[in-house]
Design a protein around this ligand. Structure first.
Ligand code: 6FA
Ligand code: ABL
Length: 541
């Protein structure tokens, strides 16, 4: 049967949009290419220590976050995208660190590239906060655990004028502030849109969720979309149709939605020719006379990030999270199983901080820092105590100047084409200044040593030699940038793809420039606002 709305992708953008549109009484089909994630959704990938004892998967337990990157069976990553992307229900939101910042006015400002119509984000951010309040004390007993890293990093930053705050109390204050990491965890477990918005949607008769269904392209006749083609062999041609005034909303993420557009004949000619030359995807494309040339894949940004690794005698690196999935400390397991409290109720980050940095052109670029016990990698020429390791990741944040390009290769794999980090040299010099600031007060913290870079390497030399692949922050935005002018933007102020009547994009890809913090809070507020704008737009079902 045809649907009013077909929504492609069950990540933070797609789930929130699907919930709000189904709440308005429209029939909604949410298609997700991956399988279930949390136990509530049917996921059953359990840590051995929970088997037979609790309905918990890897995706439910916050303390298992670091094991996402070390598990030999990491079935949750998209295998046809060359950067980390979650291909399961919840998308990136099912596997991410869940750091959760309520968006600020600046994040949605015209200064940050948003059309005027989007600047009044507060009502939507308030709706988000009501459904999914952030917490900086995720353990259900309200206590904080493994906080040595916060203590040491606060000691390092306080002499630089950083104030201790509850970060989400004042989203617009991001200069020399530091505070506990805030998350979208609920009751000591992964919460997010899957545990909230998706559950209300699933309670409606007019909402249907279908997993393991990969949308290959939209079917369109010129500017009119009639449905989507999927990998589902149980329906003729894999085709899911729309009602006469129906709409398709792409929420496949920055790489996923761009690829669906290319495969639907929408985007730059070089990308569309790659699709045309593909023996499977080519024949599904509209004829070249119907191609729509839009800058899909351009204008992409991701925070350049650099890790500093330290040791301090007070730190417990929690065995660098190595055994959390297979065999964490027994006392922590019992505590977590008993009432979702303790170390396993929180992901790895402990302290976050921001400061405003003057770039040499007179503008300001902000820096975010995230501190956590343990380290993903290190490189040093002298001996150190690995059990006392912690990492500060310094991200260039709001105001980052560089842009890159993403797209597909000849195998239709999603991939960066031009890396978005340090394209503009001011980004590099500003981040170097920020890193130098961070370490400038090391002498005031007795026992603190930096092991990467070690004391034979200067910060500029370290940054100059940094492997660009490890500068990826997984915060890709902008491939389907929103704007008022076709050609400069991919979607209009209602998130409708230029040149189409009824195709929309609601996910991180429409965000014109990075917000202050890790972006999924902004993605969720944006989805609230987008759903309202789409429902209010005339001509729909
Ligand atoms: N953001 C934060 O705010 N805080 C964090 O701590 C944080 N950490 C991470 C992190 O640790 C990792 C490893 C990654 C990859 C990302 C992190 N992020 C963090 C970023 C955040 O998760 C993303 O910004 C956010 O999830 C973006 O939400 P979107 O809705 O825009 O896109 P997703 O990629 O999450 O979801 C797309 C969904 O569509 C997936 O479920 C995918 O399987 C599905 N999909 C894609 N193409 C499809 C198709 N053709 N057909 C059907 N389904 C499709
Ligand atoms: C984020 O927003 C980033 O996208 C992640 O990269 C980051 O996690 C989380 N939040 C938490 O701050 C890091 C892990 O802590 C590292 O161990 C891992 O190597 C890295 O992601 C991979 O990108």
């Amino acid at each position: 049967s045809p649907y009013d709305y077909i929504i492609v992708g069950g990540g933070p953008g797609g789930i929130i949009t699907a919930d709000r549109i189904s709440q308005a009484g429209k029939s909604v089909l949410l298609l997700e290419r991956g399988g279930p994630s949390t136990w509530e959704t049917g996921g059953r990938y359990q840590p051995p220590w929970a088997q037979g004892k609790a309905n918990l998967t890897k995706f439910d337990v916050p303390g298992l976050f670091e094991s996402m990157f070390t598990d030999p069976d990491s079935f949750w990553w998209c295998t046809d995208i060359n950067v980390f992307a979650g291909c399961l229900l919840g998308g990136g939101g099912a596997v991410n660190g869940a750091l959760y910042w309520l968006p600020s006015d600046q994040d949605f400002s015209t200064n940050n590239g948003w059309p005027q119509e989007w600047t009044n984000h507060q009502p939507y951010t308030a709706m988000l906060k009501a459904r999914l309040p952030p917490t900086d004390a995720p353990s259900t007993d309200g206590k904080r655990y493994l906080e040595q890293t916060s203590t040491v990093v606060s000691q390092l930053l306080a002499p630089q004028g950083y104030q201790n705050v509850t970060i989400n109390d004042n989203p617009d204050s991001k200069d020399r502030i530091m505070g506990y990491a805030a998350y979208d965890f609920i009751g000591g477990q992964r919460g997010g849109p899957v545990a909230t918005y998706l559950q209300t949607a699933l309670g409606r008769k007019n909402f249907k969720l279908q997993l393991y269904t990969n949308v290959l392209n939209v079917v369109r006749n010129g500017s009119q979309i009639t449905g989507v083609t999927t990998n589902d062999t149980s329906v003729a041609g894999g085709f899911y149709p729309l009602n006469p005034n129906g709409r398709v909303i792409l929420s496949g993420g920055t790489y996923g939605s761009a690829r669906v557009l290319f495969r639907s004949g929408i985007g730059p000619t070089d990308m569309l020719n790659l699709v045309k030359n593909d023996p499977v995807a080519g024949p599904n494309m509209p004829p070249s006379s119907q191609w729509i040339n839009l800058p899909v894949g351009y204008n992409v940004s991701d925070n350049p990030s650099i890790n500093l690794v330290f040791t301090h005698p007070s730190i417990n690196d929690y065995d660098n999270w190595a055994d959390v999935f297979t065999d964490p400390p027994a006392a922590d397991v019992s505590q977590y199983l008993a009432n979702r409290s303790g170390i396993l109720a929180q992901a790895s980050p402990r302290l976050n901080f921001w400061s405003a940095l003057g770039a040499s052109d007179g503008e300001t670029i902000w820096m975010q820092g995230t501190a956590r016990p343990g380290a993903a990698s290190w490189n040093t020429s002298y001996a150190f105590n690995q059990t006392q390791m912690f990492t500060i990741t310094a991200y260039l944040s709001y105001g980052v100047k560089s842009r890159g390009r993403i797209g597909i290769n000849a195998a239709l794999v999603g991939t960066p084409l031009v890396n978005p980090w340090f394209v503009n040299p001011l980004d590099k010099s500003t981040l170097i200044t920020g890193l130098q600031n961070i370490v400038s007060t090391m002498g005031q913290v007795p026992g603190l040593e930096m092991i990467t870079p070690d004391n034979k390497t200067t910060i500029p030399a370290y940054v100059n030699a940094y492997d660009p692949a490890t500068m990826d922050s997984n915060h890709w935005v902008g491939s389907n940038i929103i704007g008022t002018t076709a050609g400069q933007a991919v979607v209009d102020v209602n998130t409708k793809v230029f040149g189409t009547n009824n195709l929309f994009v609601v996910d991180a890809s429409i965000i014109p420039a990075l917000p202050y913090g890790n972006p999924h809070g902004q993605v969720m507020s944006m989805a609230e606002q987008a759903a309202a704008k789409i429902l209010a737009l005339a001509g729909g079902p």
